[in-house]
Ligand binder design. Sequence first.
Ligand code: AHG
Ligand code: MN
Ligand code: MN
Length: 339
Amino acid sequence: MNRPLGVTVSRYILDNQRLHPEATGELSSLLSELIVAAKTISAEVNMAGLADIIGLSGKVNVQGENVQKMDEFANNTIKKRMASCGYLCAMASEEDEDIIPVVDGYEGKYTLAFDPLDGSSNIDVNVSIGTIFSIHRRRTSLTMGQGAKEDLLQKGSEQVVAGYIIYGSSTMLVFTTGDGVHGFTLDPSVGEFFLSHPNLKIPARAKYFSINEGNSQYWDDSIKRYISYVKEIDEADGRPLSARYIGTLVSDFHRNLITGGIFLYPSDTKDAGKPSGKLRLLYEAAPFAMLIEQAGGRAITGDGRNILDIEPESLHQRVPLIIGSKHDVDTVENFLLEG
Ligand code: AHG
Ligand code: MN
Ligand code: MN
């Protein structure tokens, strides 16, 4: 569908719903609630430097990392708003060890997994951060009321919506319902997201490579060889690629989506070793994998699996992630296959 610019996200969602006569409107309402939470977080993020909210809260999350106050604020904002929206049966958050129940009497047919604030180490240095979300249809019957863990432990290929909000030089919402990837920019003066990037497609070839090179001594030889390869001079092949690494997955992904790029967080042997990489399947890798495939790119683990095909075993499961422009993910895959 050709949509004019200036379309609000609410209008876009309603138009989309009309294309699906079987839709009940619940998913649309669920998204609208989530967007309100996103706007609340965006306003708070913009105030972070002023409101003395920056800094450690003194708590540690389930990953053993320090929880910053903004993480807590974002987590509570999403939990409180979504628990009584009436469309969810359970939630999972990076900041909560167990599944999060919804308010009794408000159970619905979807689940929400989210990373309330991604890139939290960048909050107090004024570098962009984000929120990531993933929505599935519940597996258990609606008559069960509250959802169970199995409702959340579903493959990425079963997602009905995946997206993120980036709190950058402007706030943007980017999401897919399986009908392409669309980006909306928040006009803070009216508090509305407007369609600014319809039907985003990632360029087939990467301009940038994004990896934490500080970990290079801990990588497998094949990753070391691939990263040396992208730095070789071969102008006809578009190499060397340029390096960009923000350390906020949302922002690294967003830039690479727009300009063409490849992001890697492979398994490594740092500390006790990250045999499964660092990033989490349910609320980091899987939603980005759906987005990238919808935008014409690819997302793999590097050990022969597509991210979207992984059957999750636990809520906070980690997974190696190689994601971006198709040509470049194919190339990494060849390096890994050669061993
Ligand atoms: P979070 O702030 O939600 O814990 O996520 C941080 C993640 C991700 O955003 C980023 O890509 C990655 O950590 C960076 O890790 P390194 O600092 O190890 O490079
Ligand atoms: Mn994160
Ligand atoms: Mn986080």
